[in-house]
Ligand binder design. Structure first.
Ligand SMILES: C[S@@+](CC[C@H](N)C(=O)[O-])C[C@H]1O[C@@H](n2cnc3c(N)ncnc32)[C@H](O)[C@@H]1O
Length: 248
């Protein structure tokens, strides 16, 4: 099974690093505020952050009182940044593909992941592995790109626009065709996987989860009006989908 490590590509890493560190970005303005509201109390808890990237979330969880945080990621560059900028005594980082997550061999009070599961081919298999890494009363809270977004195959414009560039409609094609999407985005041949909302939900149920909460990304009109070029499309489609699960 293929494991893409695009974040170790110099061009891709630089693009991600600079946009993630920009004061106004999709992670800090949309993803993180919603995800944080869905988390349980972290005090003293053992947390696993899958696809921790540059470590911003791991540091947040440590600052929120987590007993320990383990951040895993496939990318050596992302982890090097995390170790340099987002370390603490109770955070450890490990280079590990999510496909091999079972090798951790210990159980956690909270498993979390932000915008990483788009990259896994066998989503249902990964959900089963994650379930086994959780203590009986543990929670699993994650975000991923919304299926309306991952349906895009690069062969059509993501938006229909007015002559002045204003986004009129979000375009959607082949939503019902699941599988790999290989597109030119930042670099040639960027790959991620599209699956429908029902596939995601059924994979969670099949892996032994109870879905406690689901959210779709939302943003205030004020932010959209302030940053129309970046956030204008969020009125038409939710960029991300979020779940909080317990074990059934
Ligand atoms: C969009 S970034 C998100 C990073 C971080 N969670 C955040 O919210 O800032 C996606 C991350 O997933 C990681 N990733 C992609 N494929 C992976 C895989 N197969 N196993 C583990 N991590 C992977 C990338 O290296 C990258 O750090």
């Amino acid at each position: 099974m293929s494991k893409q490590n695009i974040y170790d590509n110099d061009t891709f890493f630089e693009y991600f690093r600079s946009s993630r560190n920009n004061d106004v970005n999709f992670n800090d303005c949309i993803e993180t505020p919603i995800l944080l509201k869905m988390l349980p109390d972290l005090h003293g808890k053992a947390v696993l952050d899958i696809g921790c990237g540059m470590g911003q979330h791991a540091k947040q969880y440590a600052d929120m009182g987590a007993g320990s945080v383990l951040g895993t990621d496939i990318s050596g560059k992302m982890l090097a940044y995390a170790k340099e900028h987002n370390s603490a005594d109770n955070i450890s980082y490990l280079q590990l593909a999510m496909e091999d997550i079972e090798s951790i061999g210990r159980r956690f009070d909270l498993v979390t992941s932000s915008l990483v599961f788009d990259y896994v081919e066998d989503f249902a298999g990964l959900m089963r592995k994650i379930n086994l890494l959780m203590k009986e009363d543990a929670k699993f809270v994650f975000s991923m790109s919304h299926p309306i977004v991952t349906a895009w195959d690069g062969a059509y414009d993501r938006y229909t626009r007015t002559e002045t560039g204003e986004r009129l409609y979000a375009n959607l094609r082949n939503y019902c065709v699941e599988g790999r999407r290989k597109v030119d985005w930042i670099v040639n041949g960027f790959e991620r996987y599209h699956r429908t909302v029902s596939s995601i939900i059924n994979a969670l149920i099949g892996a032994g989860f109870i879905i406690e909460e689901c959210q779709e990304a939302h943003l205030s009109d004020e932010m959209r009006e302030k940053y129309p070029a970046l956030f204008g499309g969020t009125i038409h489609r939710p960029e991300f989908i979020f779940f909080r699960c317990g074990k059934s």
